[in-house]
Structure formats: C-alpha cells, structure tokens
Design a binder for this molecule. Structure first.
Ligand SMILES: NC(=O)c1ccc[n+]([C@@H]2O[C@H](COP(=O)([O-])OP(=O)(O)OC[C@H]3O[C@@H](n4cnc5c(N)ncnc54)[C@H](OP(=O)(O)O)[C@@H]3O)[C@@H](O)[C@H]2O)c1
Length: 381
C-alpha cells in the first residue's frame, strides 16, 4: 500500500544527543535553522511527534511564517499541516499546547490506548476535532502510514522526533529521508536522549544528498539505500524502483517490445548493475538481462540482492531461450520489486511473477509506480 514520503527531521549535538537532562528543552538550532525547519513544515501535509516529545517539550508544531501559511492557503491546502502524535498508553495531557493551536490533530494509538486517550481528551472543545485511531493491539507503523496516506490524503510527512519514534521508523526501513542539523555543542550526559537507540538498522551506507551551513549548524540530508527484506517494502525500494522507471525512458523506441528499466541492488544498498531494454545496440536484450550480464555470476552478493524492474520480468519470450524470470532465478536472486504486471500485448498470460514465486523468490509489486512504468509504453497499451 502507498505511504507518504517520510522525512525525519532532528537537531543533534556533536555527541549525538537530542536534548540534555534538564527540565527545559535544549535549543540546539539557531534562528536560521529554525526558519529552515519552518519552511520544511510549510511544505509538509502533516507533522508527527511522539507522545514523549509532547510531554517533555510541549511543542506547538506550527508554521510560524504568515507568508508561508498564506502560500499554503493559496495552493488550496489547509493553513497548518495536520498534527499527528503516537501514544501507546493514551496518557495525553489535554492542556498541552499541541491540542490548542494549529489545525486538525490525530492520535495513533493501540486498542487499549484508544480508550484512555478518548477519556483524556474528552474535555477538549476548540472546534477542531481530534481523531483517535487505533492501529490494533500494538502500534503498527505501516498501518499508521497507510491510514495517513489513504484516509487523510497525506503525501509528505515530516517527523520531528523524538528518539524513540525516529529509531523505529529508521529501523523498519520506513524513512525516505533524514534531515539532520548538527549543532556545535556538546551535551555529555549519558542519560540524555539520543537520536537513534541501539538495535538492528538496515545495513550499509545511506546516500548523501546535501550538506549546507545554516548559521552555525550544518544540515545533512541522507536517503536510505538498503532494499527491504522479503515481501515487505522499504522506503529504499521505492527509490530504486523510481530509478528503474527512469531508466525505461532511455530505451530506443520500439513498436514490438516494451521499454523497461532494471537495477540490481545488493542487500547493503550497493548498486551492482543497471540496464534497460535494447541497450547498447542489442535490439532484443531485455532490461533485467542487460543488468545481470554486467555482474560476475560468482558475485556472492547476488544471493541476497534485489532486482528492480519497471515491468514484471518476462516468463516467456521468442527472441532468446531464457526469459528474464529464469535468468534472475539462475543468478541466485530471490527478491524482485516491480511496478507493473505484464499485459497480454505480446504474450498472453505472461506470469513471470508466478514463475519467480513458484521457485521461492519474494516478489513485491508497488502499483503506485505503474503509471510511471507505462509512460514510455503508452503507444503499446
Ligand atoms: N533535537 C530535536 O530535534 C528533538 C526533536 C524532538 C524531540 N526531542 C527530544 O526527544 C526527547 C523525547 O524523545 P523520546 O524518545 O523520549 O520520545 P518520543 O519518541 O517523542 O515519544 C515516545 C512515545 O511515543 C509513543 N510510542 C512511540 N513508539 C511507540 C510504539 N511502537 N508503541 C507504543 N507507543 C509508542 C509512546 O508514548 P506513550 O508513552 O504515551 O505510550 C512513547 O513513550 C525529548 O527530550 C525531546 O526534547 C529532540
């Protein structure tokens, strides 16, 4: 199911802390960076913080600039982004500023927490209803993101902490981007909250998108690269599938074959190869075939790699003996992410998906990318 674009935003000290242990919130950013954060808020459909941050910082989470709010309204968007919090306990203070400022609010909680949150917030009467949504017996981040996307129309979600929330979204592969403002000071208290806690994170290195001085802090923007595991899609899967769709646009045009792009990515997010249909003057080569041909068949990373293909790998073809689903399986790859199931245009009942699954591969279809995958093939479908 589609998710919003999830942007994690935090300011940290040089020693990696989000705050100190004092009663007041530690101001890590300077005025220029607070203004940058205001701009990011204004560009978001919703802003999320954990209940821990509501308790410790009592934030308003507003767009402070009147000019930015006016621009939102002129674009047909609400003046303020939707405010979102998560709480397992439902133990929420109705006097918190979060409830009494800005636009609409929503609480994601558990079945148990919902009853307590409903009780706690019963007295609120500011004309702006608070929606309380249970994701089930436990807080389920995927359910939360799907609900925000499908029910509340959120396409861009800014997450402003705290550490427990950031840690889970990063660990579960659900963050599309990390925006980190590094402030030139130390906290040095072992019990202060850290941005990321210990545990198992997606492997490998993230991709650096930008560094920028903002006053005396440095903004660093990273995006994740490590593919998801099994049939669960991670944010990085969406980035790689976007690249596969972009590669499809490079294909020499054809009236008799689809234009497809493919990327092969190791489990740690290293790109192993990419390819596209009819690449390099070979009039019949398929995208997955072109990409796999660039990798040493003995490369030990193939066994845990993912193939991204804008179109489902073929199960039958006239041009060469081995269809792409077979080439993928023979290469040892056991995970495929694709945008579009093959239509009957050239081969009736093509089912590369079925062939892959029958031989133990995990196939993830992200239909929200189908239109992009079809784009260079409009004349065929
Ligand atoms: N420097 C910065 O950019 C920045 C930004 C934000 C916050 N902060 C700092 O971060 C600190 C707060 O961080 P934090 O980690 O303590 O709190 P947090 O991440 O803001 O919120 C944690 C709370 O969210 C709920 N929650 C999160 N995941 C859950 C799950 N899977 N199941 C059930 N409930 C879940 C729980 O609420 P319940 O307890 O209600 O169950 C949990 O206690 C503060 O010191 C704050 O100043 C710094």
């Amino acid at each position: 199911m589609p998710h919003p674009y999830v942007l994690l935003s935090a300011a940290v000290s040089l020693d990696g802390f989000l705050d100190d242990t004092g009663p007041e919130r530690l101001l890590l950013s300077g005025p220029a960076d607070f203004d940058r954060v205001d701009e990011v808020r204004a560009s978001s459909d919703a802003i999320l913080v954990g209940a821990g941050t509501l308790r410790s910082d009592n934030p308003r989470l507003l767009v402070n600039s009147a000019r930015r709010r006016a621009a939102r309204v002129a674009d047909g968007r609400p003046e303020y982004p939707l405010k979102v919090t998560v709480s397992g306990s439902g133990d929420l203070d109705p006097a918190a500023r979060f409830w009494h400022t800005g636009g609409e609010k929503i609480v994601y909680t558990t079945d148990q927490g919902a009853a307590r949150a409903t009780d706690a917030l019963r007295g609120l009467d500011d004309g702006l209803g608070v929606d309380i949504v249970s994701t089930g017996p436990e807080l389920d981040w995927r359910v939360l993101l799907e609900h925000l996307h499908d029910v509340r129309g959120v396409r861009r979600l800014m997450v402003e902490g705290g550490g427990r929330v950031h840690t889970q979204l990063m660990r579960e592969g659900l963050a599309d981007e990390l925006q980190l403002a590094v402030a030139p000071l130390f906290v040095g208290e072992p019990d202060a909250p850290r941005l990321f806690g210990p545990g198992a994170y997606p492997p490998g290195r993230m991709r650096l998108m930008e560094t920028r001085a903002v006053g005396d802090v440095v903004l660093i923007r990273y995006v994740p690269t490590a593919p998801g595991v099994g049939r669960l899609a991670a944010s990085a899967d969406r980035h790689w599938l976007t690249l596969a769709c972009e590669l499809a646009a490079l294909c020499p045009p054809s009236e008799t074959a689809f234009s497809v792009g493919a990327v092969v990515v190791a489990a740690d997010g290293t790109e192993l190869a990419r390819g596209y249909s009819r690449e390099g003057g070979d009039s019949v080569v398929h995208a997955e075939e072109a990409a796999l041909a660039k990798i040493d068949p003995a490369d030990p990373r193939l066994g845990s790699a993912t193939v991204y293909s804008s179109l489902e790998p073929c199960a039958r073809r006239a041009s060469r003996p081995a269809p792409c689903a077979r080439l993928i399986l023979d290469a040892g790859v056991r995970r495929v992410v694709t945008a579009w199931r093959e239509p009957d245009t050239f081969v009736a009942g093509a089912d590369g998906h079925g062939l892959l699954v029958a031989e133990g591969a995990d196939v993830v279809v992200l239909p929200e990318y189908e239109e992009r995958a079809k784009e260079p093939n409009r004349h065929l479908v």
